[in-house]
Design a protein around this ligand. Structure first.
Ligand SMILES: [Zn+2]
Length: 178
């Protein structure tokens, strides 16, 4: 005979757990969205916000700071990663997750991979961003093309002179792997 009671209790517990997790996700995503709204209201930059969280604890948050700091790399996600790494004194954010008010652009996506964040939660899509003038689709398209077909000229020079640094790294006993 199958004992249903413990199984039902188990499912109920799982649903409760999932709901509380969802509530936590929503709390942090709302924080990212509020940052994006405040950035526009304060005329400080683009409508983007990002929040980095570790084990349910807020580690860092940032809005987009491109025009404020004249830094084209100061997207919300990259800025939040910089703050989180500074706070945790590490270049490795594994164990952390990022909530971003918009699907990351290729630069931020790359930065998120480099920082080894566990999960990306996003709200607006890149199509929503393109509709208000933030179109990064061309970068995705460029990446698909062969180097010589891209809009941005990319020209190789002096590999022979550059390679010894790689050899030096390979052999260095002082290197910090990352
Ligand atoms: Zn970005």
């Amino acid at each position: 005979m199958v004992n249903l009671k413990p199984r039902l209790y188990g499912w109920g517990f799982l649903i409760l757990l999932t709901m509380s997790t969802l509530k936590e996700h929503q709390k942090f995503m709302r924080m990212a969205i509020r940052l994006s709204e405040k950035n526009v209201a304060d005329a400080k930059g683009g409508p983007f916000g990002a929040v980095i969280v570790k084990a349910g604890k807020l580690i860092a948050k940032s809005a987009n700071k491109v025009t404020l700091t004249n830094d084209p790399t100061a997207h919300a996600e990259v800025s939040a990663i910089r703050l989180a790494c500074k706070k945790l004194q590490t270049f490795d954010l594994s164990g952390c997750v990022i909530y971003t008010s918009c699907e990351p652009c290729p630069m931020c996506l790359g930065a998120i991979y480099w920082a080894r964040l566990d999960t990306i939660y996003y709200a607006n899509t890149k199509t929503d961003a393109a509709a208000i003038g933030f179109d990064d689709q061309f970068i995705y398209e460029e990446l698909e093309l062969k180097m010589e077909q891209r809009k941005l000229p990319i020209i190789q020079l002096m590999r022979n002179e550059a390679l010894p640094a790689f050899k030096q790294w390979e052999l260095s006993p002082m290197k910090i792997d990352y």
